[in-house]
Design a protein around this ligand. Structure first.
Ligand code: B12
Ligand code: SF4
Ligand code: SF4
Length: 362
């Protein structure tokens, strides 16, 4: 069976593939509960730990999980345009969820030439724990940045898998420590999200901050830099990704640069038509606009002062408070004068935020 699956993958050009018969992840229960109790989980993961730790909850007939790693980011260099916002590499081209899912379905169809079976494809959005599932199928091991690193492709791999009722021989799990004494990513992380001992605090991760609808603490905003969606730093600096990043490529990554002036004025309709197909757009225009306001402040784009000021009239309180921060960042004294004069028109939430900005060290 294993040979048939690997041959089918080969036919489709899938180089990173592994199989696992482990369906129960209760070895992670304590870790996940502790993480949750210490407020180190986030809203993008299933809160019910019991549900997450058994893949049979999603697919009761489960026997073998066929996992794949789809490489991306070959030859990527951070585009150098100082006045634009930036998306993470995973937002390049067609949404990876669609690409990986369609590849998994093709793989299932190819295997079906030999055997009839039931399957369910998963990429990112299921409540299961993709990294652990793929680790146990031998795709790679965790790096200190918490990502699964494959020995040939590094960490720039999207993870996806087929839950199936086939029985196939599992691949060997890689247990070797792949980081050793390296701690480059720990030092390079802009918001100190990576623990010295490995693993991350998602609530500090810039990728999380660009996606959450929760309040972004003042002291984290500078560290968001010019990111509009996601963050790649801990992967770009990782020596295990050097080969992939140094590859020759014809890929044009300029779709990862965001025109900030255009974005803050964009209608929802225009946003969907321009950015809708990208993986990062799922959070919607207002979250991107909030991030654009933070980026404008961080990039000190003073020519956009009036555009940012106009956003103090935005009907959304969220947009108002980040425009206020950006304004103060662009010009502390004029920004504060404007906020002071606007205090009387605002509701208590916005007023309190303005009052904070009148005093905070920004
Ligand atoms: C929630 C989530 C996030 C959160 C939290 C990330 C996180 N590290 O868990 C946020 C929003 C921050 C995030 C960001 C990103 N994400 Co995300 N995310 C998820 C999601 C939906 C759930 C992850 C989860 O359950 N985490 C909780 C637990 C299980 O993970 P953990 O805290 O990292 O703990 C594990 C390891 O760290 C390790 N560990 C713990 N301590 C230690 C100590 C040492 C020494 C070591 C070596 C390991 C280790 O063991 C733990 C148990 O598994 C998955 C998809 C899915 N359904 O699984 C994608 C997923 C993890 N994300 C992915 C990607 C690509 C990203 C980004 C690169 C996107 C971007 N460019 O911005 C960043 C990377 C940030 C980072 N350094 O992790 C990929 C990862 C691919 C890979 N090669 O590993 C996934 C698997 C999606 C996919 N199917 O491709 N993500
Ligand atoms: S994605 Fe960025 S912020 Fe998050 S852990 Fe990696 S370097 Fe740090
Ligand atoms: S940068 Fe170093 S410590 Fe971080 S994941 Fe890569 S090898 Fe591990």
């Amino acid at each position: 069976m294993k040979e048939i699956i690997k041959e089918a993958a080969n036919k489709l050009g899938i180089e990173t593939i592994g199989m696992s018969n482990t369906t129960d992840y209760s070895h992670l229960e304590e870790f996940l509960l502790k993480r949750k109790n210490n407020n180190l989980d986030c809203e993008f993961e299933e809160g019910d730990v019991k549900k997450r730790i058994n893949a049979k909850n999603l697919f009761p007939e489960l026997r073998t999980i066929i996992t794949v790693g789809l490489p991306y980011g070959e030859g990527y260099k951070i585009p150098s345009s100082g006045h634009k916002g930036l998306l993470s590499v995973s937002s390049h081209g067609e949404d990876y969820h669609k690409r990986v899912k369609s590849l998994l379905i093709k793989l299932a169809q190819e295997i079906m030439h030999h055997i009839d079976f039931k399957f369910s494809p998963c990429v990112d959005t299921s409540y299961l724990i993709d990294k652990e599932i793929c680790k146990l199928a031998g795709l790679g091991n965790y790096g200190k940045n918490s990502l699964i690193i494959n020995q040939n492709k590094g960490s720039f791999i999207y993870l996806g898998y087929l839950l199936t009722d086939i029985g196939a021989e599992p691949d060997a799990v890689i247990e070797e420590d792949i980081c050793g004494t390296c701690n480059i990513c720990v030092k390079a992380c802009p918001n100190k999200a990576i623990f010295e001992s490995g693993g991350i605090n998602p609530k500090r991760c810039v990728s999380y901050l660009t996606q959450t609808k929760n309040y972004i603490p003042l002291e984290y905003r500078e560290n968001v830099g010019r990111q509009i969606y996601g963050c790649d730093i801990c992967q770009i600096v990782c020596p295990l990704n050097k080969e992939i990043l140094n590859k020759e490529t014809n890929e044009d990554y300029s779709d990862l640069l965001v025109d900030l002036k255009e974005l803050i004025k964009m209608s929802n309709k225009d946003f969907i038509s321009k950015y809708g197909p990208a993986a990062g757009s799922w959070r919607g225009r207002n979250i991107w606009k909030r991030n654009a306001l933070i980026s404008i402040g961080n990039l000190k784009l003073n020519s956009m002062f009036e555009n940012v000021k106009a956003e103090l009239q935005n009907p959304s309180d969220m947009i108002k408070i980040y425009a206020a921060w950006s304004l103060v960042k662009l010009n502390k004294s004029s920004g504060r004068d404007i906020l002071y004069n606007n205090l009387k028109y605002e509701n208590d939430d916005v007023k309190n935020e303005y009052l904070k900005l009148l005093e905070a060290e920004i």
